[in-house]
Write a protein that binds this ligand. Structure first.
Ligand SMILES: Cc1cc2nc3c(=O)[nH]c(=O)nc-3n(C[C@H](O)[C@H](O)[C@H](O)COP(=O)(O)OP(=O)(O)OC[C@H]3O[C@@H](n4cnc5c(N)ncnc54)[C@H](O)[C@@H]3O)c2cc1C
Length: 485
């Protein structure tokens, strides 16, 4: 029996594994459903893929890297991920092609079932299956009839030569905004299907000079850069949460100036301007998106010319136009809100987590749930942060998880779960604070909300507030039981 099973090998899983090793807890395994490890940045290989939070901030604590530019491209993130795995000797801990289908609390420990029929046992589980890991393709009528190539941008085929192809990209969110400029110059035609326009800010990217790159891995310099970027980003919360006027001043006005500068045609500008307050959906950053949309090969279809159906040859628009295509790219997002954990979890008294979460997903510190002892969810409910790095949040959760792990290590028959009261208090606080945020009142529908419209992805405040909450394990908020009794 393992002491811990870590499910997922992205930055969440890696961060947990590094923490476990630092605590001297060695008896753990990492499970990964794919044939390769590393999560988001090993999986997403679409043209133009890059981080949209400055890289010194989007990196693990005490793990500096000589980034080539402020917003690293995916190749460097792959290099970074591989480096971490090698440095901490994690490869030997990882079991690939190991998709978890069920985790069940039985006889005081967890039983984890895989698709191949295997069952593993552990006293605790750290779930790090990723908030944006399971792609979603809407059920467009006739989509299976298309004879060309079609795929979600998460699964960009390695052998695809896009040059001179007639391509459609469905979606205009974070991934599409990166793909469109990267392929517009190579394709014969690119049809962009935009349901909702997003706010786009300019991207202040900087290519680091050689001497700076050489200095960057210095722990002190890296820390200084990281924390100054952190503070700058954190100030955004004042706008996201505390002041609509400030939000308009520091974000919406610059976004309006950006589009005015880059899109001269008023009709086109109109079609690309959102009707909701900036920040309500993820703010995108690009200097090349608007110019690409106006290039000769690109045709923008807004919601007035949406998709009626897909047939053998391409897409039929709602206006009856047949668009013949070679490739359809679905940049249609992820199942972030309504399936936060990608397998069945059964807790005490045979209670499925889905049942406990039937109204909405909720967890103490976004991490633990009553009735699910020794089960920790990385990037769980309301841990999303629109204004800074997801890794900062992951590492905040790790502070809480590590203290629980230390307790479990010191008392191997212990089980830990939050009390219902503590979880309730926490969730009530989160959702009451949420009403002050732009994600709640901004007038949009986004993946931050679940089907019922509740904002379940975001933490409504400063990321340092979340970190402070995670800093100290509070025994009075937990039910501690000896499973041997
Ligand atoms: C294209 C893209 C760009 C992004 N850019 C940014 C950014 O710029 N800044 C930012 O802060 N965040 C960004 N994010 C969010 C990103 O999700 C987080 O930054 C971070 O990578 C999450 O790490 P993770 O380990 O939690 O999840 P992931 O990296 O998604 O890893 C989860 C892993 O779990 C595995 N898994 C899932 N289910 C199972 C199962 N049942 N059994 C076994 N294994 C399973 C998956 O295969 C995957 O490898 C981006 C996300 C995407 C998709």
């Amino acid at each position: 029996m393992y002491s811990t099973i870590i499910i997922g090998t992205g930055f969440g899983g890696l961060s947990a594994a590094i923490k476990m090793k630092a605590l001297g807890i060695d008896n753990f395994i990492m499970l990964e459903r794919r044939s390769f490890y590393g999560g988001t940045w090993m999986q997403n290989r679409y043209p133009g893929a890059a981080v949209d939070v400055p890289s010194p901030l989007y990196s693990l604590e005490n793990e500096p890297f000589a980034w080539s530019q402020l917003f690293a491209k995916r190749d460097q993130l792959e290099q970074y991920t591989r480096g971490l795995i090698q440095k901490h000797s994690l490869e030997e801990r990882i079991k690939l092609n190991a998709q978890v289908v069920e985790a069940r609390w039985k006889d005081g420990h967890w039983q984890v079932s895989l698709t191949n029929g295997e069952t593993l046992e552990a006293s605790s589980i750290i779930n790090a299956t990723g908030p944006l890991s399971t792609p979603v393709i809407p059920n467009f009528k006739g989509k299976e009839r298309f004879k060309g190539r079609s795929f979600h941008c998460n699964d960009w085929p390695a052998d695809l030569d896009i040059s001179n192809k007639r391509v459609a990209i469905i979606g205009s969110g974070a991934s599409a905004v990166q793909i469109i400029p990267a392929i517009a110059k190579d394709v014969a035609k690119l049809h962009v299907f935009q349901r909702t326009p997003h706010w786009v800010l300019s991207r202040p990217d900087i290519v680091f000079p050689g001497w700076f790159k050489k200095c960057l891995p210095n722990k002190w310099l890296y820390g200084l850069i990281k924390w100054s970027i952190y503070v700058h980003h954190e100030l955004r919360v004042l706008a996201f949460k505390y002041s609509k006027t400030l939000l308009k001043l520091v974000a919406q006005k610059p976004a309006e100036r950006h589009i005015a500068k880059q899109v001269k045609d008023p009709e086109m500008r109109d079609r690309l301007t959102p009707d909701f307050l900036i920040g309500c959906k993820r703010i995108l950053m690009s200097n090349t998106y608007y110019p690409a949309l106006q290039s000769e090969a690109v045709v923008l279809h807004d919601k007035t010319q949406g998709i009626d159906e897909i047939n053998e040859d391409g897409i039929v628009t709602t206006q009856g136009e047949q668009i013949d295509l070679d490739v359809i790219v679905y940049a249609t997002g992820y199942n972030a809100a309504d399936s936060m954990i990608s397998y069945l979890v059964i807790g005490r008294h045979n209670l499925p987590l889905n049942e406990q979460w039937k109204d909405y997903p909720r967890a103490y510190l976004g991490t633990t749930m009553p009735n699910f002892p020794n089960f920790f969810v990385v990037t769980g409910p309301n841990t999303g942060i629109g204004h800074t790095s997801a890794i900062f949040v992951i590492e905040s959760q790790m502070r809480y998880i590590a203290q629980c792990m230390q307790l479990l290590h010191d008392h191997p028959t212990l089980s830990i779960e939050p009390t219902e009261y503590a979880e309730n208090e926490y969730s009530n606080m989160v959702h009451s604070e949420m009403t002050k945020t732009v994600w709640y009142y901004g007038g949009c529908q986004s993946w931050y909300q679940n089907a019922s419209g509740k904002v379940i992805a975001m933490f409504p405040g400063f990321s340092f507030t979340f970190r402070r909450l995670c800093k100290k394990f509070r025994p009075e908020h937990h039910l501690l039981e000896d499973t041997a009794k």
